[in-house]
Design a protein around this ligand. Structure first.
Ligand SMILES: [Fe+2]
Length: 251
């Protein structure tokens, strides 16, 4: 499946090249509320101010090593382990399950250099749709059972281990927060957890969309709602940039 046309916003060339208009920003927020993500094109990469745009959606949160903008590109030092810095597929997850407090509300990626050849798409599926079809008892257990979530091997390898204990589903005001990671959760023979993880993985495999982010373009999604992953690729020059955003008061 490919992205919804209604989630694509094309920034007008009549607007300032460094930003989008107030109307375009409103449309992007509407996409995020409606479909859980927005794809933004029509951007002039050399002129657009990505961080000013990011700040209009939320407050940037530093990554584990203190960097606000994280480069996603091949890192030969971690080529053999499960990490965004190699060219392998990434299983569905929500970002920053190991953060002790609220996870980032939005994840924003933009493309410096696309993966040429097959693969490299960012994959997304609506986690709220997965939850919607579960029984009341399963939803209660997703809220009541708490699990230990760990940082990934790639982050641990660079000396920044962290962990936190959370339920898979949390109520937060009038919002729900979904946390999910097929790999980085302690299982300990818990049959309910195994079945929830497998169920969401199967849902993702059937329902995900695959988005190739074109050079200069932005993909942003609601990390409290959407599951994301990545298709494997073979072009070592693929290069994306990532910013984590907390929610503004409106969210
Ligand atoms: Fe991720």
């Amino acid at each position: 499946m490919t992205r919804h046309l209604s989630s694509t916003i094309t920034i007008s060339r009549n607007a300032s090249a460094s930003s989008c208009s107030a109307g375009e920003l409103r449309e992007i927020r509407e996409c995020l509320d409606r479909n859980g993500y927005s794809y933004i094109n029509g951007i002039s990469m050399g002129e657009f101010d990505y961080m000013a745009f990011a700040a209009s959606l939320g407050n940037p949160i530093p990554h584990h090593n203190g960097e606000v903008v994280w480069d996603i590109r091949r890192d030969l030092a971690i080529d053999s382990i499960y990490h965004s810095g190699n060219m392998g597929a990434l299983l569905p997850h929500t970002e920053a399950v190991e953060h002790p407090g609220l996870p980032p509300r939005y994840i924003m990626l933009w493309c410096v250099r696309e993966a040429r050849g097959v693969g490299g798409e960012t994959t997304l599926a609506d986690g709220y749709e997965w939850i919607k079809n579960l029984s009341g008892e399963t939803k209660r257990s997703l809220r009541d059972n708490r699990y230990k979530w760990n940082s990934s091997d790639g982050i641990n390898r660079s000396g920044y281990y962290s962990s936190a204990i959370h339920p898979i589903l949390e109520e937060f005001g009038d919002r729900r927060i979904l946390r999910y990671d097929y790999i980085d959760v302690e299982r300990k023979g818990d049959g309910f957890l195994d079945s929830a993880l497998d169920g969401a993985k199967e849902f993702f495999s059937e329902q995900h969309i695959a988005i190739e982010i074109e050079p200069g373009c932005i993909l942003v999604w609601d990390n409290w709602r959407m599951l994301h992953g990545r298709n494997a690729f073979s072009d070592p020059e693929r290069h994306l940039k990532r910013v984590l955003l907390s929610a503004h008061a409106r969210s």
